[in-house]
Design a protein around this ligand. Structure first.
Ligand code: C2E
Ligand code: MG
Ligand code: MG
Ligand code: MG
Length: 280
């Protein structure tokens, strides 16, 4: 009967919840260990610009677990976000990225490369955010205009005035901001105009079926038009095929990232393949 079914449903729900909670607690404890044991590392995925080739890379965090192998950031970032561990981790990513930029700046063939770093909501909303970014730049000697910070729309819904002030302070130093996963959130046109952004990043979900789904084509066209009217660069993420690349070019897109151009990879292989590509 309905009542019995409800009780079983509830018990199942509780068991499922309990399992989720334990899994997250285990992940959080593992993550504490990961920080201590240097199990976190950075991968680099090339970003390309029409007629220029590789212009930079997105920095993507990886967790090389001693027993479980590589754990996806899609799994552990939300946990780190809820425990607050993301603050420490995010700061480490920022420091490492700035050190890398300072290193690349020393050599003519890599000096123009920039890095795009993902910033979590907790980081952005922390009172130390501007000071932390500024310190990472100063201590490394990295040029601020080689640092791009990727934010998502949902992070920008709270404390809008404070966030804009922070973005403005960093923009004044030369740091650039990109709006990640664009099109999946709720930004209005008037709101976008208020933000000191330099780039919109078309979410990969609109690129995936671009060739077959007229809705996705319409969305990409709209984002391109939006970029043009707000004077923002537009980069497409998740470009996996030449056909997608050609379609995006046709729609006016000039910046690209995706498996078609290169997967996220360890530093050495990124640098090697980027140098080979730019010497062709
Ligand atoms: P994101 O910032 O939107 O990063 C793009 C994701 O798309 C990456 O997943 C990348 O590996 C994947 N990707 C790139 N090209 C392609 C493609 O052609 N096809 C497909 N299907 N996927 C592609 P990844 O590395 O698993 O990262 C997932 C998310 O985790 C990121 O999404 C970002 O939100 C978050 N993340 C990664 N590193 C960091 C970090 O250092 N800090 C913070 N706060 N978040 C991070
Ligand atoms: Mg990103
Ligand atoms: Mg994205
Ligand atoms: Mg994403």
């Amino acid at each position: 009967d309905a009542k019995g079914h409800g009780r079983n449903g509830m018990r199942f729900f509780n068991q499922q919840m309990q399992a989720d909670i334990s899994a997250r607690a285990e992940l959080a404890a593992g993550l504490r260990q990961a920080i201590l044991n240097n199990e976190l590392l950075l991968h680099f995925q090339p970003q390309l610009e029409r007629e220029k080739g590789i212009v930079g890379a997105e920095v993507l965090l990886r967790w090389q677990h001693p027993e479980q192998g590589m754990i996806s950031p899609a799994r552990f970032i939300p946990v780190a976000e809820s425990t607050g561990q993301i603050l420490q981790i995010g700061h480490w990513v920022l420091e490492q990225s700035c050190l890398q930029l300072a290193e690349w700046a020393r050599f003519p063939d890599t000096t123009h490369w920039y890095l795009a770093v993902n910033i979590s909501a907790r980081q952005l909303h922390s009172t130390n955010f501007v000071a932390d970014v500024t310190r990472a730049l100063q201590q490394s000697g990295a040029a601020p205009d080689k640092l791009v910070l990727e934010l998502t729309e949902s992070q920008l819904l709270q404390d809008v005035d404070t966030v804009i002030a922070k973005m403005q302070q960093l923009t004044n130093l030369g740091v650039r901001f990109s709006l990640d996963d664009f099109g999946t959130g709720y930004s209005s046109l008037s709101y976008l105009k208020l933000l000191p952004l330099q780039q919109l990043k078309i979410d990969h979900s609109f690129v995936r079926d671009l060739l077959t789904d007229p809705n996705d084509k319409a969305i990409v066209k709209t984002i391109m038009a939006l970029g043009q009217s707000l004077e923002l660069a537009v980069i497409a993420e998740g470009v996996e095929s030449e056909a997608q690349y050609r379609k995006l070019l046709q729609l006016g897109c000039k910046q690209f990232q995706g498996y078609f151009f290169g997967k996220p990879q360890p530093l050495e292989s990124f640098v090697l393949s980027a140098k080979v590509q730019s010497s062709i």
